[in-house]
Design a protein around this ligand. Structure first.
Ligand code: HEC
Length: 490
């Protein structure tokens, strides 16, 4: 959502007549209003993002309509802008919003556009993992100001985070088996359990009731209530053949109260259903292939893909048709590569879906691989500077940003997803560990571990726009705190 370039949008380009587009836009708006009940409950921020953004660009930097940024509007008078929003613009696609917005709401929209209404400032937080110091830096992602630092989370190397549905609580999965629940409003630890000796991430169930953690030592999965972190289930991950529990990797949540994960030693994929938490149901797929080391769920929630250690193929379980079992995909995808030593185990979380393509880091080769998400065949290999670690697509799917393992960990490359070429090579800092696009689309946040800095870049121009000091930053996560007075659901 960081750019909608100066070209007309796809919807705008439907045909010579503008009417299909206008009908689409007003229909979308009408549903927004109806869904939120009264006009009082209209979510102006969502309206601005989705409806105004459809024409004025997702970052409001201009598109079919002119830019609506703070800078371009600053010199205008408020009353004039309110009229502009409410009134007709004959001969242009800009609709009159008077039928849908009250004058008061239009005024509020103007304040949002001018940045004088700071509701959003309380809404989006950036949480940065400071792994060596076991702390999490909390930053207001709109005004780029540090709000505080939450300490005492233990070993946070490879730590990851998930959020409650209202955005209020974060669940941090530490490497040392620690599971910590943070209240993002008070910026305090509200509960913490040391639930195993060594763990590798986890997930919240889609219904928000449970948090599951994937464990290495001892293997298996443990499930807790999100409200209290009280233990709900302990799944030892022992295959039918018996023996010790497997290390569990690639744990994700699936619709319902389900979790999917892979058993490293056993080579199995398990589907755990906690609809009745007292009697967890497990479906096992024993033909997952040898040594699944990590997994990835496509953003549509449908395809669970596990990478196989030492095998040039991956395994796919279609969660809409799990009965069909796991199947091999991308067979021989590493063929013909002259392998370099692998200094950093690539995680499949480094994968990104852009449109109907998935872009992912090659293992042991300076390439980003492209596969088609329908046939799951390899369609391209994009040469890049080093061994890629994360490939992160810009929310509009048009570009992907790539970082690298040593010795190229001071470099970021930007790939044009359409032409599949590197269009930019950036040197913005040392020890680049992670990149994430802010949900408002105004910046890409980059952690420069060795410079103790978060670097902000413009997602469209790629220029550096700011820095924020942090202690050896690694993972960056965004939480959207929903306020109670918006008429939104949980
Ligand atoms: C269907 C496309 C479309 C949508 C949707 C749309 N606009 Fe516009 N908007 C335009 C166009 C085109 C113009 C230029 C109109 C003109 O030249 O008179 C414009 C002009 C404007 C202007 C005047 C800008 C200036 O610099 O003079 C404002 C303010 C504005 N829009 C606000 C909004 C807001 C707020 C929303 C969402 C509630 C919105 N627009 C939704 C297409 C759109």
């Amino acid at each position: 959502m960081c750019t909608e370039n100066k070209k007309p949008t796809l919807r705008g380009a439907i045909g010579p007549s503008r009417s299909p587009f206008l009908v689409g836009a007003s229909w979308a708006l009408a549903t927004a209003v109806v869904l939120s009940g009264t006009t009082h409950g209209t979510d102006l921020q969502a309206l601005r993002r989705h409806d105004c953004g459809a024409c004025h660009g997702l970052t409001l930097q201009g598109g079919l309509g002119p830019p609506l940024t703070r800078e371009t509007l600053a010199s205008r008078d408020d009353a004039g802008l309110i009229d502009t929003i409410l009134d007709d613009h004959p001969g242009t696609p800009m609709p009159a919003w008077a039928p849908l917005l009250s004058r008061e709401q239009a005024a509020q929209m103007v304040r949002l556009l001018l940045g004088t209404e700071t509701e959003e400032a309380r809404e989006t937080l950036a949480l940065v993992i400071e792994r060596a110091s076991g702390s999490i830096l909390v930053i207001d992602a709109t005004i780029h100001t540090v709000l505080g630092r939450i300490k005492g989370l233990g070993d946070l190397s490879h730590a990851s985070m998930e959020f409650s549905r209202d955005g209020r609580y974060a669940f941090v999965f530490g490497r040392n088996g620690g599971l910590t629940k943070l209240d993002l409003k008070t910026r305090q630890i509200v509960a913490r359990v040391l639930q195993s000796g060594n763990s590798i991430g986890g997930a919240l169930s889609r219904d928000g009731r449970f948090v599951a953690v994937a464990n290495y030592t001892p293997g298996g999965v443990r499930v807790f209530e999100t409200a209290t972190l009280a233990s709900v289930a302990d799944i030892p991950a022992i295959s039918r053949a018996g023996g010790a529990p497997s290390k569990v990797v690639g744990l994700v949540s699936a619709p319902g109260a389900r979790f999917v994960f892979s058993l490293f030693e056993a080579g199995e994929i398990w589907l755990l259903d906690l609809a009745d938490p007292l009697t967890p149901k497990i479906q096992r797929y024993q033909d997952a292939g040898p040594l699944p080391y990590d997994a990835f769920l496509t953003p549509d929630g449908r395809s669970y893909i596990a990478g196989l250690f030492g095998t040039e193929a991956m395994t796919l379980l279609d969660l809409e048709r799990p009965g069909a079992g796991a199947r091999r995909i991308l067979d021989g995808y590493r063929k013909g590569e002259s392998l370099r030593p692998v200094y950093k185990m690539p995680h499949l979380e480094g994968w990104t879906v852009a449109g109907t393509s998935v872009l992912f880091p090659a293992v042991g080769a300076p390439q980003v691989l492209v596969a088609d998400t329908t046939a799951w065949t390899l369609t391209d290999r994009i040469p890049v500077q080093g061994q890629p670690v994360f490939v992160v697509s810009r929310p509009d799917g048009r570009e992907a940003w790539v970082n690298f393992a040593l010795p190229d960990n001071d470099t970021i490359q930007v790939i044009d997803v359409t032409t599949r070429r590197v269009v930019r090579t950036l040197k913005v800092g040392r020890g680049i560990l992670h990149m994430a696009f802010a949900p408002q689309g105004d910046a890409v946040w980059i952690s420069s571990h060795d410079d103790d800095t978060i670097i902000l870049c413009d997602p469209v121009t790629h220029e550096k726009t700011g820095t924020i000091p942090a202690l050896g930053p690694s993972g960056i996560f965004f939480a959207t705190l929903k306020t109670d007075d918006r008429g939104r659901g949980p």
